[in-house]
Design a protein around this ligand. Structure first.
Ligand code: GDP
Ligand code: MG
Length: 172
């Protein structure tokens, strides 16, 4: 029997790392160099088909303002089944910020939450990379996180990221 399973996904990370752009790429397959920043939280849905019988529907909460109003964040990650924590491979401080979010999720979110770390703006790797892939990969392995480098701009690994998460969700 075909089935559609629904899960709540939240995006977290420093401002300007590309959270909204990743969602826009995943949901509408678009990219905008001059996007207006998100105000509050935006809610979008997208499905991933895992096999002819199984569709995962993501309810995506794209947050903004959590950088300044940190007390708002628990509202977004409460009841979340999965989280994508994004950093920018050209900005070392954004990985520190991502690690802080991951620690907070590990302490405060649902203990079964699936956390993916995404090193975004990978299209800039050849000219502006500041964080080696291996460094983030090692950290992700130690913390038991999914990890991919992505580009919302050229689509690299964007659908792969969400499919990887879908495959880790409890499908029964
Ligand atoms: P957010 O604040 O984390 O939601 O970040 P945005 O999605 O608003 O993106 C911030 C800026 O980074 C915008 O100018 C985007 O066009 C740009 N951006 C987002 N993703 C990428 C990417 O993968 N590659 C490049 N080169 N720029 C990106
Ligand atoms: Mg945004």
């Amino acid at each position: 029997n075909p089935r559609m399973l629904q899960f709540k996904l939240v995006l977290l990370g420093e401002s300007a790392v590309g959270k909204s752009s990743l969602v826009l790429r995943f949901v509408k397959d678009q990219f905008d160099d001059y996007r207006e920043s998100t105000i509050g939280a935006a809610f979008l849905t997208q499905t991933v088909s895992l096999d002819p019988q199984t569709t995962v529907k993501f309810e995506i909460w794209d947050t903004a303002g959590q950088e300044r109003y940190k007390s708002l964040a628990p509202m977004y990650y409460r009841n979340a089944n999965c989280a994508v924590v994004v950093y920018d491979i050209t900005q070392p401080s954004s990985l520190d910020k991502a690690k802080a979010w991951i620690r907070e999720l590990q302490r405060q979110a649902d203990p079964n939450i699936i956390i993916a770390l995404a090193g975004n703006k990978a299209d800039l790797a050849s000219t502006r990379r500041a964080i080696p892939t291996e460094e983030a990969e090692k950290y992700a392995a130690e913390e038991n996180l999914l990890f991919l480098e992505t580009s919302a701009k050229n689509s690299l690994n964007v659908s792969e990221l969400f499919t990887m998460i879908a495959r880790k969700l409890p499908l029964e």
